[in-house]
Structures are given as structure tokens and as C-alpha cells.
Design a protein around this ligand. Structure first.
Ligand SMILES: [Cu+2]
Length: 170
């Protein structure tokens, strides 16, 4: 009798508590899924990026030996964003050569890790703005008429090798 009484009395309360806890837990899970769905909807690109390069030029420095500044237009005709995350030269003799992504902040150029490329937009690498710089090039590779095979590494689109003709600085 005693056991049955003890067992019977607290049970309804306990059951309610358990049910409430379950409801809260369910709401919590639903909430997390809602937030996830919103985040995914906001982040998911509408399509892949479609990168093309135009007007690539390497300006040899009139004052610094072995330095070439590279400018170009990077066109993204796709519906997805991309990011330029790396650069390099596709040349075996360019082992000691340094290639960097640069940006211009307060009229001073600074090294940057990435150049974002918005969907359906064009980013222009130009003097006084974002650009690519090559240092420690052997003299024969900074001569006008040389074409440097520049490798651009995109986060989404992968690596692309762009022929960059070296020209006199303007
Ligand atoms: Cu620079």
C-alpha cells in the first residue's frame, strides 16, 4: 500500500515535468533548424562563379630592380561569389621569386591575403588600388615583351594561369 501510494502520488507531476522538458527540447531543436535554414539560405550562392581575366599587364618598375606590378580586370559573370586567395609564377626558374597580393590602404600599399570577387561583378586590379606584385625576378624576366605565366588561385574556381605581358610602366 505504502509503495503504491508513494508511486502514485508524485507521478502526475513528474510526467508533466517530463512532457514540458520534452516540449522545450523539441522547440529548441526546431529553433536550431530554423536558424540553420536561415543561415544556409543567406550563405548559399545562387550559382557557381564564372571567372574570366582581361587586360592583364605587368609593369616593370622604373626604380626597383626585379619588381613587376600586375594589373588586370577580374570578371565574375557567375551568380556565386569567389575569392582570389593566392598567386604564383608557373616558372621553374622562378624559385626565389616572391608574388604577393596587395591592397592600398591610406595611399600605402599593404600585403593582403585575399581579394573578394562579388557575384556578377568585376574587380579591377589597378595602380593605387588592389594589385599583384612580383619581387626578385631575374633581369631577363622583367624585360619588355616577356610574358609571365601568372597562376591565380581562386577559392571556388581553382587555379588559372594567366599570360601577363611585361610592359613599360605608365
Ligand atoms: Cu604593391
Amino acid at each position: 500500500m505504502l509503495l503504491a501510494g508513494v508511486g502514485r502520488l508524485p507521478l502526475p507531476g513528474v510526467n508533466k515535468l517530463v512532457t514540458m522538458k520534452r516540449r522545450c527540447a523539441n522547440l529548441g531543436i526546431v529553433g536550431i533548424f530554423c536558424v540553420l535554414a536561415l543561415v544556409l539560405a543567406a550563405c548559399a550562392p545562387a550559382g557557381p562563379p564564372e571567372i574570366s581575366i582581361a587586360e592583364a599587364e605587368g609593369w616593370n618598375s622604373p626604380v626597383l630592380v626585379g619588381v613587376v606590378s600586375v594589373f588586370m580586370k577580374i570578371d565574375n559573370r557567375g551568380q556565386g561569389r569567389d575569392v582570389l586567395v593566392g598567386v604564383g609564377l608557373e616558372l621553374p626558374e622562378a624559385a626565389g621569386v616572391i608574388v604577393e597580393l596587395h591592397d592600398t590602404v591610406n595611399k600605402r600599399m599593404v600585403k593582403t591575403k585575399m581579394i573578394p570577387l562579388p557575384a556578377a561583378g568585376t574587380v579591377e586590379l589597378r595602380p593605387g588600388d588592389k594589385h599583384i606584385m612580383i619581387f626578385k625576378l631575374p633581369p631577363e624576366l622583367t624585360a619588355t615583351g616577356v610574358v609571365l605565366p601568372l597562376r591565380l588561385e581562386f577559392k571556388q574556381s581553382g587555379a588559372v594561369v594567366v599570360p601577363v605581358p611585361v610592359v613599360e610602366s605608365r
